[in-house]
Structures are given as C-alpha cells and as structure tokens.
Design a protein around this ligand. Structure first.
Ligand SMILES: C[C@@](CO)(OP(=O)(O)O)[C@H](O)COP(=O)(O)OP(=O)(O)OC[C@H]1O[C@@H](n2ccc(N)nc2=O)[C@H](O)[C@@H]1O
Ligand SMILES: Nc1ncnc2c1ncn2[C@@H]1O[C@H](COP(=O)(O)OP(=O)(O)O)[C@@H](O)[C@H]1O
Length: 312
C-alpha cells in the first residue's frame, strides 16, 4: 500500500496503520441472550492495511479515501469516530480531532476494515492527545466498539473467544501467502449471523477447541499445506445462502491449486492460501481472468496490529 508522504502530513498529525484479518477458523455456537454468538476463532492479521491520519480539530470529524470509501459512513456511526470519542471521554480530553481514513481493507468484506479503523483511531488519538492510556484500557475500549476491534489492536495470530474479543496469542512460524477475491457488494455481519441461525437452529454443536488442534499445529510448524487443509468457517454456508455467487471464486481458487480456500469471516471476500508469493499472484490472476472478483488483493500474514507510523 502507498502511505501518505511524510511531507504531505499536516503539522501535529499522527498516522497509524492497522491490518485487516482472516479467520483461519471460525466456529460459532448458539446465539446468547445478549444477541451475540459465542465463537471460537483463530485470527491471522494480514498485510492489507487501513491508514488513519489524526489531526487536531475543534470538532470530531471523519473523511475517507481509497477503494469503496464512498460506502463508509461519515456520520456518528463511523467506528473510528466512535473510537476517538471513547478515548476523549476516558482521558478527559476536551479537544476534537479530524480523522482521515485511507481504506485498503474491503468495506463490509469480512476482513474487519471498520474494526481496523477503530483500533487505529484509538492508538492515534491516544498518541495525539498524550493520553497515556494503558494497553488494557485500549483493549477495554476496543471491545466496547466491536467484537473484532481488540484483535485489530494486537494483530499477529490469536485465538478469539467470547464474542471474539477475548484474545489469547497463538504461536505461528514463518509467513503465509494469500490471494483475496473482493466483491463491491458487501455482506452485513448481522444478516450472516441471522442466516446461520435459520440454517443451523437447533443443531448447533457446543464449541470445542479440540477441533482446531491440527490448525494450531500447522501454524506452529509453519506448514502451509497443513494449514490449508485445516481452514474452517461455520459462517460459510450462511454467506453462500445470502450470496450464492461466492461459489465461483471458491471454485476458481481450488482450480488454481490453492492449498485451502475459505470465505473470510462473514464474507463476501474469499481468501485463498497459496504455496508462495508467486502462487498467490497466480491465484489472484485466475480470479481476475475468470471475472469472479471486483478487485483482487495479495497479502502475507501474520503481521503486527495497529501501530503509529509517523508523528509520534
Ligand atoms: C464475523 C466476524 C468474525 O471475526 O467478523 P467480520 O466478518 O464481521 O469481519 C465477527 O464475529 C464479527 O465481528 P464484528 O464485525 O466486530 O461484529 P460486531 O460489530 O461486534 O457485531 C455486529 C453484529 O454481528 C452479530 N454478532 C457479532 C459477533 C458475534 N460473536 N456474534 C454475533 O451475533 C450481532 O448481530 C451483532 O449485532
Ligand atoms: N470506519 C468504517 N469503515 C468501514 N465501515 C464502517 C466504518 N464505520 C462503520 N462502518 C460500518 O460497518 C460495516 C461493516 O464494516 P467492515 O468492518 O468494513 O466489514 P466487516 O464487518 O464485514 O469486516 C460497514 O458496512 C459500515 O456500514
């Protein structure tokens, strides 16, 4: 991705980068009384980034540029704006901030782009205002903003439990290569969980971490072929029910020799695990040639979570 050149940054701006994610495994239990589903998931942060530039301002405002940025709300529902307000409230800051989001992660794509914006905004505002919030305080604010926001903050590889917000770091060796088939049409996370309820009710099995032992071993060994065979997503059938066209990129990736292919989170992005960087480019080319994606991305994982990259 191209970062905003340093000389173009406004004075006293803080620039933070946060990654998108893929759920290597996503196991979903029965919806709880609070409306959320208990999950057991293994997140990997990938090198597809959101950039957030925070500049001092009298009010709270947000703007966005980059692919699909017209689909990002710029009102009070924007997750980055909500994150900035949460830091101001926690730290007792009276100032405002202008946040500019440079979108790299697909919007409503199942790769946690909005969560990455929120995590980046937490880190950026903390730095801009010298708030000095602790890691635990930032994680607490993150969990209030959304289930995936804590992972966007920590990055790398982690097991997520609860709503996906209770994280345990996981060991992973080496670098994995991915190709992503991105769709302009997003899928609503809430709608996909709703379709999951309709499809699976009342047959949802209790969550059992044992299912992901082969996946954790593949990560530990840095073995892409074993990881490919262990990818799993309980929401995939629900995403396909709402968007049957997703069968096409899944099939194209398999034909192109992907080691494993899975719908990313609630979709509609399809993630294909490749043997190498070159193979990832070949799978991306197959997505493009067969017309099954509006946009393609290649990336590696795991990568770090939200980090200040300029203006500290
Ligand atoms: C499916 C996953 C997999 O990592 O990611 P995405 O595909 O959205 O990126 C997550 O569970 C999404 O996390 P996130 O996108 O942060 O969801 P939230 O804002 O917390 O919740 C949005 C809606 O999704 C549903 N939801 C979310 C998380 C969860 N464990 N159970 C749920 O049922 C609820 O209906 C909730 O109102
Ligand atoms: N900063 C933001 N960037 C993107 N979407 C946002 C943001 N703030 C709120 N949203 C809303 O959240 C929805 C899903 O966000 P996103 O994180 O991109 O996808 P997903 O949850 O599928 O990973 C979007 O459709 C949008 O309406």
């Amino acid at each position: 991705m191209t970062l905003t050149p340093l000389e173009d940054l406004p004075e006293r701006a803080v620039r933070v980068r946060a990654p998108g994610k893929v759920n290597l495994s996503l196991r979903v239990g029965r919806r709880a009384a609070d409306g959320y589903h208990p999950v057991s998931t293994v997140f990997q942060a990938v090198s597809v980034y959101e950039e957030v530039v925070a500049t001092p301002a009298d009010v709270f405002a947000v703007s966005a540029s980059g692919p699909q940025s017209e689909a990002v709300p710029t009102d009070e529902t924007n997750l980055a704006l909500r994150a900035a307000r949460a830091v101001a409230e926690r730290a007792g800051v009276d100032d405002g901030v202008h946040l500019h989001l440079v979108k790299g992660v697909p919007v409503a794509g199942g790769m946690a782009g909005g969560s990455a914006d929120a995590a980046a905004a937490l880190v950026a505002c903390d730095a801009l205002w010298g708030a000095g919030l602790s890691r635990d305080e930032l994680l607490e604010l993150a969990a209030e903003l959304g289930s995936d926001v804590p992972f966007s903050l920590v990055g790398h590889t982690a097991v997520g439990q609860g709503r996906g917000h209770l994280l345990t770091p996981a060991l992973s060796r080496g670098e994995f290569h991915w190709a992503f088939a991105v769709q302009e049409r997003g899928l609503s996370t809430a709608a996909v969980y709703g379709a999951y309820d309709e499809l699976c009710h009342p047959d949802v099995a209790p969550l059992d971490d044992e299912h992901d032992v082969p996946l954790m071993q593949a990560l530990l060994a840095g073995d892409p072929a074993a990881l490919g065979g262990a990818l799993h997503n309980d929401l995939e059938t629900a995403a396909l029910e709402l968007d049957p066209g997703l069968a096409e990129p899944l099939a194209v990736a398999t034909d192109a020799g992907a080691l494993g292919v899975v719908v990313s989170g609630s979709g509609p992005t399809v993630a294909a695990l490749a043997r190498s960087r070159k193979h990832a480019v070949a799978i991306a080319a197959a997505f493009t040639a067969s017309g099954v994606a509006d946009r393609v991305l290649t990336a590696t994982g795991p990568v770090a979570g939200a980090r200040v990259v300029a203006g500290e």
